[in-house]
Write a protein that binds this ligand. Structure first.
Ligand code: HDE
Length: 680
């Protein structure tokens, strides 16, 4: 397990360790184990002559390289993952017999892969998109996968529409643009003509679609599942992950700049946090509905475009997941991990949600092409921690060497083993839901309300959140070329809110709807990020310093660090800066290599011995942070610079003129953003 230490303070020894590979100190060989005497020059007929066919080493090396890539995931291609563990708070035996949910003293190993949905494998990470949040629990009864998203509902109600949705959102096929973006005609054409998407579109136009960090976003199982206890009694359940650091977002302008400045922003943040010992934590929550209450709600609990309002059906926090180990090899682990909503353990079962039912087919199917055959369960990252035995044999990439002649069930030669075991001994038995009906291709009437919960979401947003949603629609539709599609979308979202639709219409030159919104009868405060947990720890602060800085600085920096805040020094060059008292600070970033958008806050210290260029660079940092509503601190010369630029005395701007500078700056950092600031 990694020790707690800032990345930049790693000792030489540790830095060397970082580059350690399993092959260190070994002789270079071919894959057949033949030691090689040369690896830089292919075998030639004469020094300037043609390369020879018999150069088996060249051919092996090149062939392997030529086959290094596997097909990227059709969706969720861009992902990053980490290992960790899950601990239960109290036994859930009342609801489920799943062994890993019985005993709070059991730690279940987990592997979590986060992802964006639309972009290709190399796309930027801070794009506007839903995020995948897929967790593999390696339980003693087999692997359980909770394959969720950071948005609790989905665009469509039936899996058969998934290829259409994804074709619409992916780059348009005639010119392959735009990458990793929904701001184009085909996506919005799909939305307007598939109105079940209204609720999820509200979420994806909201701040939820641009998370600050993978450590600061919620996760949702989305579908209704079933928990079944040892007596065979079932309850409907929805799963939640609640981040211990709260749910926080970027602002859109910042997200777009980060896409260029650091396309790896989210994975870097996750990786560094784990290396620093700031382990990301998420609490597992469950919402439970009794089977008898299935029809008691004004929505259908099988409809994946609906959430269960937390105020009506509380989320019970049942355990905590901690991510505490980075992967050793991204390809072997993150790329080859194969999730599947159908990987369940006894005590967890499905509902008839038609989206879930379709997913239960798709995931194995996709692994067959992506991982090249039916043996992907044998890859180390996918192997259960418990033994597994069956009569499946052979296929591409088979690793197990099955012994003996018997590979069929119902046999006498191997005493009829491996044999099924009864439910009482851990055999999985499907919940015996009574099902009857005609074979139809149609949708239940109870799935036909597409706007009530989209409106609930809108009504639950704070004023800045609403503004962000209006801007997001205006941005996305502003990029749409078809006037007809623009108008169709405005007309569609007038069903959610005429305030929203009118403002978007105004921004894109469409005809606004008439009428007013009905009075608000219901909102769900849990949907707004305004009330989320706010903590200062793990926030990154750019500290802008030059030679001759004041001697008090180390005191401020130490106080920030004590709160778990991470000050990082930014200056003109990477040479250490010296204070007036002779103390020295190591510089981690220059104005060239870094940018305000990569930090949560900016602290301008400066010094009186800097030139105009330095002062301007420092102000660019502060002005950008100001525009993005971020906390800004200033002491020493920095105070004068902010005053001259008119940036002082605004909410969230703390200057050294107050006696409680450090405390107030920490408070400002904890608040994350200062929306009441006047930004032009
Ligand atoms: Fe997926 N989805 N999905 N999905 N999904 C895949 O499986 C699919 C849906 C989700 O990090 C694919 O291994 C269908 C909802 C995540 O490896 C594929 C439908 C939710 C990941 C697939 C959905 C998800 C995937 C592509 C409509 C949230 C990434 C590669 C019925 C609850 C997992 C792969 C990872 C990946 C199919 C809808 C979450 C093609 C048919 C709803 C987090 O099988």
């Amino acid at each position: 397990m990694t020790k707690k230490h800032p990345v930049n303070e790693k000792s030489k020894q540790e830095q060397l360790e970082q580059f350690k590979t399993d092959d260190r100190n070994q002789a270079l060989t071919t894959n057949q184990g033949l030691k090689l005497s040369e690896d830089e020059f292919s075998l030639k007929a004469g020094e300037r002559g043609p390369t020879l066919m018999e150069d088996f080493h060249f051919r092996e090396k090149m062939t392997h390289f030529d086959h290094e890539r596997i097909p990227e995931r059709i969706v969720h291609a861009r992902g990053f993952a980490a290992h960790g563990e899950f601990e239960l708070y109290d036994s859930l035996s009342e609801y489920t017999k799943a062994k890993f949910l019985q005993n709070p003293s059991v730690k279940t190993p987990v592997f979590v892969r986060f992802s964006t949905v639309a972009g290709s494998k190399g796309s930027a990470e801070t794009v506007r998109d839903a995020r995948g949040f897929a967790t593999k629990f390696y339980t003693e009864e087999g692997n359980y996968d909770l394959v969720g998203n950071n948005i609790p509902v989905f665009f469509i109600q039936d899996a058969i529409k998934f290829p259409d949705l994804i074709h619409a959102v992916k780059p348009e096929p005639h010119n392959e643009m735009p990458q990793a973006a929904s701001a184009h005609d085909t996506f919005w054409d799909f939305v307007a003509n598939n109105q079940e998407s209204a609720h999820m579109v509200m979420w994806s136009m909201s701040d939820r679609a641009i998370p600050r960090s993978l450590r600061m976003m919620e996760g949702f199982g989305v579908h209704t599942f079933r928990l079944v206890n040892a007596e065979g009694k079932a309850h409907f359940v929805k799963f939640h992950w609640k981040p211990v650091l709260g749910t926080h977002s970027l602002v859109w302008d910042e997200a777009q700049t980060i896409s260029g400045k650091d396309p790896d922003f989210h994975r870097r943040d996750l990786w560094e946090s784990i290396e620093n010992g700031d382990y990301p934590e998420y609490e597992l929550g469950i919402q439970i509905i009794d089977e008898e209450d299935e029809f008691k709600f004004d929505f259908d609990i099988l409809d994946p475009t609906k959430l269960w309002p937390e105020e009506d059906i509380p989320v019970k926090l049942v355990g905590k997941m901690t991510l505490n180990r980075n992967v050793d090899n991204v390809f072997a682990e993150t790329e080859q991990v194969a999730f599947h909503p159908g990987h369940v353990v006894p005590g967890i079962d499905f509902s008839n949600d038609p989206l879930l039912q379709g997913r239960l087919f798709s995931y194995t199917d996709t692994q067959l092409i992506r991982l090249g055959g039916p043996n992907f369960h044998e890859l180390p990252i996918n192997r259960p921690v418990c033994p597994f035995h069956n009569n499946q044999r052979d296929g591409y990439g088979r690793q197990t060497i099955n012994k003996g002649p018997v590979s069929y069930h119902r046999n006498s030669l191997a005493a009829n083993t491996p044999a099924p075991v009864p439910e009482s001994e851990g055999g999985y038995a499907h919940y015996q839901e009574k099902v009857e009906g005609r074979k139809v291709r149609s949708r239940s009437e109870s799935f036909k309300d597409h706007f009530s919960q989209a409106t609930l979401f809108w009504n639950s947003m704070s004023a800045p959140e609403k503004e962000h949603i209006i801007s997001a629609f205006s941005f996305e539709l502003g990029k749409v070329k078809s006037k007809s599609v623009q108008q169709q979308v405005v007309d569609m979202f007038a069903n959610v809110s005429t305030v929203l639709a009118k403002q978007v219409a105004q921004a894109i030159g469409a005809t606004p709807p008439s009428g007013e919104d009905a009075p608000v009868t219901k909102s769900s405060p849990a949907l707004s990020q305004e009330q989320t947990i706010k903590k200062p720890n793990t926030r990154k602060v750019a500290v802008i310093v030059a030679n001759d800085f004041s001697s008090d600085l180390s005191q401020v920096l130490n106080s920030l660090k004590q709160q778990g805040i991470q000050p990082e020094i930014v200056s003109t060059t990477l040479q250490n800066v010296k204070g007036t008292d002779g103390s020295e600070l190591e510089v981690q970033h220059t104005f060239l290599t870094s940018d305000s958008v990569l930090f949560d806050a900016v602290y301008v210290v400066g010094s009186s011995s800097v030139d105009e260029k330095f002062r301007k660079e420092a102000l660019t940092f502060a002005q950008e942070a100001f525009k993005h509503f971020k906390p800004i601190g200033a002491t020493d010369e920095g105070v004068k610079w902010l005053q001259a630029a008119g940036l002082d005395s605004s909410p969230g701007v703390v200057t050294g003129e107050t006696t409680r500078f450090t405390d107030e700056f920490i408070e400002a950092i904890s608040a994350h953003r200062h929306w009441n600031r006047h930004v032009i």
